[in-house]
Ligand binder design. Sequence first.
Ligand SMILES: NC(=O)c1ccc[n+]([C@@H]2O[C@H](COP(=O)([O-])OP(=O)(O)OC[C@H]3O[C@@H](n4cnc5c(N)ncnc54)[C@H](O)[C@@H]3O)[C@@H](O)[C@H]2O)c1
Length: 360
Amino acid sequence: MGVFASTDDPVSTGHEQVVFCQDKQSGLKAIIGIYSTALGPALGGTRFYPYASEDDALADVLDLSRGMAYKNALAGLDLGGGKAVIWGDPEQIKSEALLRAYGRFVESLGGRYYTACDVGTYVADMDVVARETRYVTGRSVEHGGAGDSSILTAWGVFQGMRAAAEHVWGTPSLRGRRVGVAGLGKVGKYLTGHLLEDGAEVVATDVNPKALAWVRSNHPQVTLVDDASALVAADIDVYAPCALGGALNDDTVPALRAKVVTGAANNQLAHPGIEKLLADRGILYTPDYVVNAGGVIQVADEIEGFNFDRAKLRATRIYDTTREILHLADAEGVPPAVAADRLAERRMADVGRLRAIHLR
Ligand SMILES: NC(=O)c1ccc[n+]([C@@H]2O[C@H](COP(=O)([O-])OP(=O)(O)OC[C@H]3O[C@@H](n4cnc5c(N)ncnc54)[C@H](O)[C@@H]3O)[C@@H](O)[C@H]2O)c1
């Protein structure tokens, strides 16, 4: 989905509802953004972060909640898009009272918004939030939660990569391809395992020596390079950004030797226009929010009562969705990022419209 300017306000960005929540005693200052409930209750995590200003917190929640609407729509979920931010340093102010106060504000929305974990919040926090609200997912296994979402995130990224391989090389497999994985964290490690099993050669990098040591002992056949710039410039077929956002920018795209980019990281495109730069260089980019939806598919499944096999099946469909996007992009002569946005908007409009059929 397109990137907002930070000065955008909720009215001009088309958000349904933005709620400011405050509890002075516990120090809670939160903003809940609901972009769309066209497909169902809005789902998206809670980011707990020491923003420099309220404007920064607002800009982030507007951007993230809109992104969730597109992600959930293309993940095939009956869920709209929302997100929340808690403004403050979690190390300093996170407490039972603050989380429970937040839970009461989530409850007050009556199910229009479901929350979950994001940067700065963990499953244990969601268990606390759940003492005040029914509308929370991403909980601990002891409380019926799904546990580590990176398992299905990596599986979904692998499915998206298979679809891209089929589009470019005619076969939905990475066998014999050189894949560069930037970031060997929770998702990158699982992705590396899938790639090796499929017969790919993996070249990888990470800034964390522990992550490198893990790969050396578990997958000694992986070639390690110094840093992400070395990986970008390496002779690879596929580039998989699995670390931080902004991996595709004005420096990396011109240097990239890969024909395909498919990775887990959120917000890979550093700014609008990068998708066009990739297309002009003949590099196929599978939109990040499409291929990394396995995690949200997993937490969404908890709302029904978590079933790993069902959630995995849904994450496997990321292969079909990616294919559809790539075909639409070709048919409409636009980059895949634009085609994905169009498909998500179409689903929100086509299915959301059905609410107009009156039911008693
Ligand atoms: N975990 C999920 O379920 C999930 C779901 C959707 C999207 N994502 C996104 O996928 C990405 C990876 O998530 P994760 O859960 O594996 O995170 P993680 O923190 O476990 O792993 C990230 C890894 O990247 C490494 N890294 C950081 N900067 C780097 C750099 N400059 N060069 C190379 N390596 C670097 C870190 O050392 C770490 O090992 C993130 O952008 C995250 O937002 C994750």
